[in-house]
Design a binder for this molecule. Structure first.
Ligand code: FAQ
Length: 313
């Protein structure tokens, strides 16, 4: 039997739903696209702390504050798991952080929108975490072992996040007419950016075909976006809120909701760095990085001291 070359063997291996581990042979393009996706995902978790962090000191009660604080800390944890997963591919964390801070690396478009009022915190949990789960549950089956395993825990936590957001909105929508209007306003502003989180439509998604063949992605951007719309509309109805899309309607034949056209110009503008908060977000991350320099230096000094002690012993 003719021997299969490494690439063919790799393709057959992932097609068989087997996991690739850090020391296994993998094509350069597989490694590269995973570093790209996992690091972008890690940056998103970390930058994603900023819009909600903005409301920790202004949460309406001690209980809401404690919940929000825990959620934002969870996002930091997700960033750490994901940076660690990316590092197993042979890239170091300093390089990844440098790529974020220099503006070279992308992070999710959604975190470049402002949080203007408390209802926005509900909308982020409900829609942004809801979209994140829809996209990330299939990643628990990603062909790359360390990423898939990290995603299991991330998804459990995101599920709690989604519920806390929905519960905030459920409370607000049962309040005064003014509170209900605040919730509607939040939905109006977060709806379309949440749909954009799934990425460009399939016809314009350069990475999807290969990533699906390699079982990094199991569903296309449009498939997941459609699932999200189908799941979310009944939830909006329970809240008594209206999704800001005049073209939205149930399509009996397809068994899905039809929805209006996404403003892709806005999406590409945001990912190019020109969204409402891109500059503010990167400035905040740069400042946090500078302020944390002494912690990194102290950790290195401590590690060196311990290493010297072990050597001397
Ligand atoms: N924003 O060919 P595709 C969260 C880029 S975490 C910015 O379709 P792919 C938790 C894409 O990178 C949210 N850029 O690419 C949380 C590529 O650019 P490149 C983040 C985007 O990789 C909640 C180009 O467009 N989740 O929310 C976006 O096959 C609440 C072409 O796109 C993940 O990262 C976008 N929305 O599919 C935290 C999940 N979409 O690299 C705090 C993992 C696309 O060639 C509070 N990632 N681009 O320069 C994925 O599943 C995929 O990477 C996609 C994009 C689906 C995002």
């Amino acid at each position: 039997m003719e021997e299969m070359n490494l690439l063919d063997r790799f393709e057959a291996y992932v097609a068989d739903n087997k996991k690739v581990e850090p020391k296994d042979w993998m094509p350069d393009a597989y490694r590269k696209t995973l570093i790209r996706q996992i690091s972008q995902h890690a940056h998103s978790e970390v930058v994603g702390m900023l819009p909600e962090g903005n409301w920790i000191s202004r949460a309406p009660s001690l209980k809401r504050k404690a919940i929000l604080l825990a959620k934002v800390q969870d996002e930091a944890g997700h960033g750490l798991y994901l940076y660690s997963a990316a590092e197993t591919l042979g890239i170091d964390r300093d390089t990844l952080i440098e790529e974020l801070l220099s503006g070279k690396a992308k992070y999710s478009s959604i975190f470049n929108y402002p949080t203007l009022n408390w209802a926005d915190i509900g909308a982020i949990g409900w829609l942004v975490d809801g979209a994140a789960i829809m996209n990330q549950v299939p990643l628990c089956k990603c062909s790359y072992g360390p990423y898939a395993r990290a995603m299991v825990r991330v998804c459990k936590e995101e599920s709690f996040h989604q519920r806390q957001g929905y519960q905030i909105l459920l409370t607000i929508t049962q309040g005064t007419a003014e509170q209900k209007a605040m919730a509607q306003d939040a939905l109006n502003r977060w709806w379309w950016p949440s749909l954009m989180m799934f990425g460009p439509s399939d016809a314009d998604s350069p990475h999807s075909a290969t990533s699906m063949r390699w079982k990094i992605k199991h569903f296309s951007n449009d498939e997941l976006r459609q699932r999200f719309v189908d799941m979310t509309i009944p939830q909006a109805e329970i809240l008594g809120l209206t999704v800001p899309d005049k073209d939205l309607k149930w399509n009996e034949e397809r068994g899905h909701y039809d929805f209006g056209a996404i403003d892709w110009e806005e999406f590409y503008n945001v990912i190019k760095g020109n969204g409402p908060c891109n500059k503010e977000r990167l400035a905040a991350r740069r400042k946090a990085h500078e302020n944390g320099a002494w912690v990194r230096e102290a950790a290195v000094a401590h590690a060196n001291k311990r290493a010297a002690k072990t050597k001397a012993a």
